[in-house]
Design a protein around this ligand. Structure first.
Ligand SMILES: [Cu+2]
Length: 165
């Protein structure tokens, strides 16, 4: 048994050196994403003709400043396939919100009557357009629904959840 101990130890030491050698190199070569606002964590979200966000779940610490950068990677005209990103307050009925939003074409599907239910939102984007919004995550831990309010997109599954913890 003792016979194997030294070689096992050597293996461990070797692994440690290997990891130690790799660690700093990784840090040096990593390119941090350019912050949109000082200190804000940037979350890149894409929306396409498949009527889905690329991310169905994002996370933030309570009160953390985050920037959601939305890109419409689709190809359809805005009138047929516009996308936005709208974060709702806790416990807002997202289905009812989406239904009310359908009527609000003149305000890019964000009805004035529903503004009190919104924590943050981008504008409505046509193909290849981008927009970003910076905001503080809610102080209260929990799950906050985000959705696209273009007609029928929420019903097609264009939604996700911000988890604050
Ligand atoms: Cu959409």
């Amino acid at each position: 048994m003792n016979r194997f101990t030294p070689s096992f130890t050597a293996l461990l030491v070797g692994a440690c050196f290997f990891l130690a050698g790799c660690g700093p190199q990784k840090t040096e070569t990593a390119t941090p994403p350019a912050p949109a606002a000082a200190g804000a964590k940037v979350i890149e979200i894409t929306a396409g003709d498949n009527m889905k966000f690329n991310l169905a779940e994002i996370t933030a610490a309570p009160g953390e400043e985050i920037t959601v950068a939305l890109t419409n990677i689709g190809t359809q005209p805005k009138v047929a396939m516009g996308h936005n990103w709208v974060l709702l307050k806790k416990d807002v009925d997202a289905g009812a919100f989406a239904t009310a939003a359908m009527q609000a074409q003149s305000t890019e599907y964000l009805p004035a009557s529903q503004q009190d239910n919104v924590l943050a939102h981008t504008r409505l984007l046509g193909a290849k357009e981008k927009d970003k919004v910076t905001f503080k995550a809610p102080a209260e831990p929990g799950e906050y629904v985000y959705l696209c309010t273009f007609p029928a997109h929420y019903q097609m599954g264009m939604k996700g959840v911000l988890i604050v913890r």
